[in-house]
Design a binder for this molecule. Structure first.
Ligand SMILES: Nc1ncnc2c1ncn2[C@@H]1O[C@H](COP(=O)(O)OP(=O)(O)OP(=O)(O)O)[C@@H](O)[C@H]1O
Length: 754
């Protein structure tokens, strides 16, 4: 009997992959060693005519058959291959070589034909994997068309390869938007095309105000609420400058200069990566804009970054790594001294908190003109160096200290002589920025409101020891909400992430002690459009600034923010770019006063001091019955989490001490060591005892706790009102009724009225 194969549109992609594999494992050109086994693509399939009634069948593209073959399995046992039946003519089952065969794939061989091996495609010419499938499908289609076209005149050899109707169809696709609202800003066609493709139809307020000022050559200090589009407010003028400069160079048929034209400093690695992505998107969507970005952040290969820097047009990085690379010498500082733009993003954070020293070093190096600094410089060059800096300095944030704002806005005087005493003040550092204009243009697009318009702010009061319980309850109230939970410590991030995972919630961690790759992975997983819409990222304030993750619906402050600015930035991770979002502080009674003060400060009218009468945060009432029903789950999950963390900690300490004792050639006894260290008494002794206790839970006990928790999570928690249930995970009843989601559905909560 003959073999048949059916193809539908979905299966085609998979099949083409399989066939490619099969073809690879097919016969070699040296016929003597050929065992007669061939791949699916080598066979001379013939099309089966469909009965009339099936002609309109959608998705079913064709049925093909072949006679005279046996199916064999590849040596691994997985792949289906074919062999001529006993007595059948091998030649008769093989496909004839196609005129369109370009040598990329082996197209079958008949006895005694060429002994030439297929030509390998050089790696540089190889198509990216993504395009491979498309190309193959096109080739198959083409091969079928060959016969029909044989009667037609030969193709014009001058036609460019790759220009096919299919290509034209793709090129003709116009998915851009109307960008006439940007006209007034006088941008180049390249940038307008990019904005159109990015579907940014209108400039945001900060972009409207800042772009013309920057294009006019001014130094700018820009203040605008979180998520208002500050990145492109400086990114667009930088790219405009690049295009203009490149255009001129091309006219003069000069080779484009490879020195960087912009340095953008960011306080965190994640923000630096994101800035590179935003500006990179602007560049890649602008036709022929080939500006290169070097991303200099800690935790990743320094050598690779040094290489990137050698050809970069725009340098984006965190101050520590930027300084680490620049200070290695090799003329990099000198290269960077020619930059046209220095951007200080999230300036209030960047110019304080630990970054101060490196920023000061970088600024000092950019402006250094000491004699003998550059021994290879001739007099003419030195004279040129003396000329005033052409660098524009752009400083951005959503928050600036009130006093500084007043000064920037010209409403109060700059501090005079005592500035050197306040070395760490923002004011001191702003002076250090060495603006080329006496006073930078201060653009405050929304002097009254720091918070995004679509943001709702709430507060949940609960006993200090019950924050876990309330956090969990709150998360249950918001199923399918991508949530960012902020804490004030790394250990809290670790504990909460594990706790939530034990409660079967999709939680990820982000803190500065994680390896850089793990940090990026967490952000990527959390922000991926294909990730669980209920994803939770538990983070320290390393995620508070600038992170632009689409679709964060809710920010929860597990620990109250320490400053008003931190509150603004944390909350600003939601309700971005005109979207809506919620920010909720979980607050112990003893924190209420300070939180109220903080909120009042954020919402105080600009310039007007004094308390705001009404607390601007809405108080959320979480049903106490809900809280009490999930208490057992939390207690179990806490026990499991504490035990796992304590075991890990003690085992890490123990391993370290054991290794040290081994090095010293002494015996190590952990009990004895604890006693000699006085652990269990005095300060920290209670915590140590707790850890010991938690770690002493046996494997069997732990398994028992897990089983009990699993059981709890699988139970419907009826809170007394019909159809009101809690769920183990945060699962949407409607989705489940539609047959989506997993089977652990247990019920649904009425939404919180917030
Ligand atoms: N003109 C525009 N139209 C629509 N969306 C825009 C526009 N400009 C920027 N965006 C989008 O708005 C989002 C927020 O932008 P961006 O990250 O630059 O905000 P930001 O003001 O720097 O925020 P933060 O203060 O938190 O750092 C991004 O996703 C960006 O792609």
């Amino acid at each position: 009997m003959g073999q048949k194969r059916g193809r539908d549109s979905k299966a085609q992609g998979l099949e083409s992959k399989k066939r490619k594999k099969a073809a690879k494992s097919g016969p070699v050109s040296d016929d003597s060693s050929w065992d007669g086994v061939v791949g699916i693509d080598d066979l001379n399939w013939t099309e089966v005519a469909l009965p009339d009634r099936l002609e309109d069948a959608t998705g079913f593209l064709g049925l093909e058959e072949i006679d005279g073959v046996d199916i064999v399995r590849s040596s691994g046992g997985g792949e289906v291959q074919f062999k001529a039946k006993e007595g059948a003519n091998r030649k008769s089952i093989l496909k004839k070589p196609s005129a369109e065969d370009d040598g990329e794939e082996w197209g079958g061989i008949s006895d005694g034909e060429s002994n030439e091996k297929p030509t390998a495609v050089p790696a540089a010419e190889a198509q990216p994997a993504k395009d491979e499938k498309k190309t193959k499908n096109k080739k198959e289609k083409k091969a079928k068309e060959v016969k029909a076209k044989e009667a037609q005149p030969k193709r014009d050899p001058n036609l460019k390869a790759g220009l096919s109707f299919a290509a034209l169809e793709e090129a003709g696709e116009d998915d851009g938007v109307d960008v006439s609202a940007w006209d007034k800003l006088g941008l180049s066609p390249e940038i307008l095309t990019s904005l159109s493709k990015l579907t940014f139809s209108t400039p945001t307020t900060v972009q409207k105000s800042c772009i013309p000022a920057i294009l006019d050559g001014h130094d700018v200090v820009g203040k605008a609420s979180t998520g208002s589009g500050k990145t492109l407010a400086f990114g667009i003028p930088i790219l405009e400058h690049y295009l203009e400069k490149r255009g001129k160079k091309e006219d003069e048929s000069e080779k484009p200069k490879s020195d960087p034209m912009a340095l953008i400093l960011s306080p965190t690695r994640e923000l630096a990566h994101q800035l590179a992505k935003h500006i990179g998107d602007l560049i890649t969507n602008a036709p022929d804009a080939d500006a290169r970005i070097a991303l200099l952040t800690g935790g990743l290969s320094i050598q690779k970054q040094q290489r990137q820097l050698a050809n970069a047009d725009i340098v984006i990085g965190t101050p520590g790594r930027v300084w680490e690379i620049l200070s290695t010498g090799s003329g990099l500082i000198r290269k960077m001294q020619g930059i046209k733009f220095l951007v200080v993003d999230e300036a209030d954070r960047l110019l304080s908190e630990g970054h101060f020293k490196e920023v000061e070093e970088i600024l000092g190096a950019l402006d250094r003109k000491e004699q003998g600094d550059f021994p290879d410089m001739d007099e003419e060059e030195e004279a040129a160096e003396e000329e005033p800096s052409v660098r524009q300095t752009l400083v951005f944030s959503a928050t600036f200290h009130r006093d500084l704002q007043q000064k920037l806005a010209g409403k109060s005087r700059w501090t005079g002589g005592d500035l050197m005493d306040k070395k760490e003040s923002m004011e001191y550092l702003l002076k250090k920025l060495n603006f080329r204009e006496e006073k930078p243009k201060f653009i405050d697009v929304n002097p009254v409101q720091q918070m995004a318009e679509g943001l709702k702010e709430g507060i949940v009061e609960c006993p200090a020891m019950e924050k876990d319980l309330y956090l969990y309850s709150l998360l249950l109230y918001y199923p399918k909400h991508r949530t960012l939970v902020f804490t004030n410590s790394i250990s809290a991030v670790r504990r909460l992430t594990q706790l939530l995972q034990n409660l079967q919630l999709p939680a990820l961690a982000l803190h500065s002690s994680m390896a850089q790759k793990a940090r990026l992975r967490s952000v990527e997983r959390f922000s991926s459009p294909t990730s669980d819409p209920s994803s939770i990222l538990v983070a320290t304030d390393v995620a508070a600034r600038g992170l632009d993750i689409k679709g964060i619906d809710c920010v929860i402050h597990y620990h109250a923010p320490r400053t008003a600015d931190t509150y603004v930035h944390r909350s600003g991770r939601t309700a971005r770019a005109g979207a809506v979002g919620k920010s909720v502080i979980i607050c112990a009674p003893e924190e209420v006063v300070s939180v109220a003060r903080l909120a009042a400060k954020v919402h105080a009218q600009n310039g007007k001091k004094g308390p705001v009468k009404k607390l601007p945060l809405e108080s959320l009432d979480i049903d106490r019955r809900v809280v009490s029903r999930v208490r057992t789950r939390i207690e179990l999950a806490k026990k499991i989490t504490d035990s796992t963390i304590a075991k890990e900690k003690i085992s890490a300490e123990d391993n370290w001490l054991r290794a040290a004792a081994e090095d010293l050639g002494v015996d190590y006894d952990s009990e004895e060591f604890d006693e000699s260290q006085g652990k269990g008494r005095g300060r920290g002794g209670g915590r140590h005892q707790k850890e010991k206790q938690a770690s002493s839970i046996t494997k069997g006990e732990l398994a028992g706790l897990r089983a009990e928790l699993k059981n709890q999570l699988s139970q419907r928690v009826n809170i007394g009102v019909s159809e009101r249930y809690l769920t183990a995970g945060r699962i949407d009843i409607e989705a489940l009724l539609r047959g989506e989601g997993n089977n652990s559905f247990l019920g649904h909560l009425d939404p919180l009225d917030f």
